[in-house]
Design a protein around this ligand. Structure first.
Ligand SMILES: Nc1ncnc2c1ncn2[C@@H]1O[C@H](COP(=O)(O)OP(=O)(O)OP(=O)(O)O)[C@@H](O)[C@H]1O
Ligand SMILES: [Mg+2]
Length: 232
């Protein structure tokens, strides 16, 4: 069982995370559409595959093989051999697929990615009041895997506009916020995106870096790191 950080493929993001993705916990990245969530999920997967480990990737929006190929480059086909894809069509199927990951993890743990955790939850919300409870149930199963197998779990989360705060807030409520031990917020300002640390177990919140999305993934803007005093 490995206790080492798992690199994300981006030095800037690894630095923000305090070394990379931590095993045994849930790391959450949330942000508005096109802010870079999937890019980060695919980059981290490629980095893990390059390290010779397997990746379980649940994609609720349909996995883009083209984007994987762009980020993985020439090795894409070879790396994809250790990539286990799950593409649920609804929230119940997502729950079933998460439960079924256990046997694969038992055979060989690596990195578990869920992109996005809340896409199908969002449509479920309109249908049933128990959606939040069911989401928390799924998150607890994922947390169980992180702990039992000592693996990093990376979750992306969608947002809604909170009219009171006037900002985008991650879906899933306080349970998801509480269960994610590291949280990064992504914001988009034209071409430039900003990744800000919102929550961490051993670093103060507010550290950020700016980046652009490129063919190979994310590219940090020069001299664009800092500390945001507004982030609590
Ligand atoms: N090869 C590329 N070169 C440059 N930019 C790209 C490339 N591929 C995708 N992008 C840009 O990346 C952005 C999408 O990023 P990404 O898919 O990571 O966002 P996301 O946060 O997952 O969005 P969503 O919430 O819609 O899933 C878009 O602005 C797109 O134009
Ligand atoms: Mg996405």
């Amino acid at each position: 069982m490995s206790r080492e950080f798992q690199g994300t493929g981006s030095d800037a993001l690894d630095g923000l995370l305090g070394g990379g993705l931590s095993p045994g916990i849930l790391t959450q990245v949330y942000g508005e559409p096109a802010s870079g969530k999937s890019t980060i999920c695919v980059m981290a997967s490629v980095a893990c595959l390059r390290a010779g480990k397997r990746v379980l990737f649940l994609d609720s929006e349909g996995f883009s093989a083209e984007r994987f190929q762009q980020i993985a480059g020439q090795e894409a086909l070879e790396l994809a051999r250790n990539l286990f894809l799950f593409e649920p069509e609804d929230f119940s199927q997502q729950a079933a697929m998460i439960k079924n990951m256990d046997s694969l993890l038992r055979e060989g743990p690596g990195l578990l990615v869920v992109d996005s955790l809340t896409g199908l939850y969002r449509s479920q919300l309109e249908r049933g009041r128990d959606a939040m409870q069911r989401l928390t149930g799924q998150v607890l199963v994922l947390l169980g895997y992180a702990r039992r197998y000592g693996i990093p779990v990376l979750l992306s989360n969608q947002v809604y506009m909170d009219p009171e705060k006037g900002t985008f807030v991650g879906l899933g409520g306080t349970a998801l916020e509480h269960l994610s031990k590291v949280i990064v917020r992504l914001e988009r300002r034209n071409r430039v995106r900003r990744a800000t640390l919102v929550k961490h177990r051993s670093k103060p919140p507010g550290e950020f870096f700016d980046f652009e999305i490129t063919l190979e993934g994310l590219h940090p803007c020069p001299r664009s790191q800092g500390q945001d005093k507004e982030t609590i």
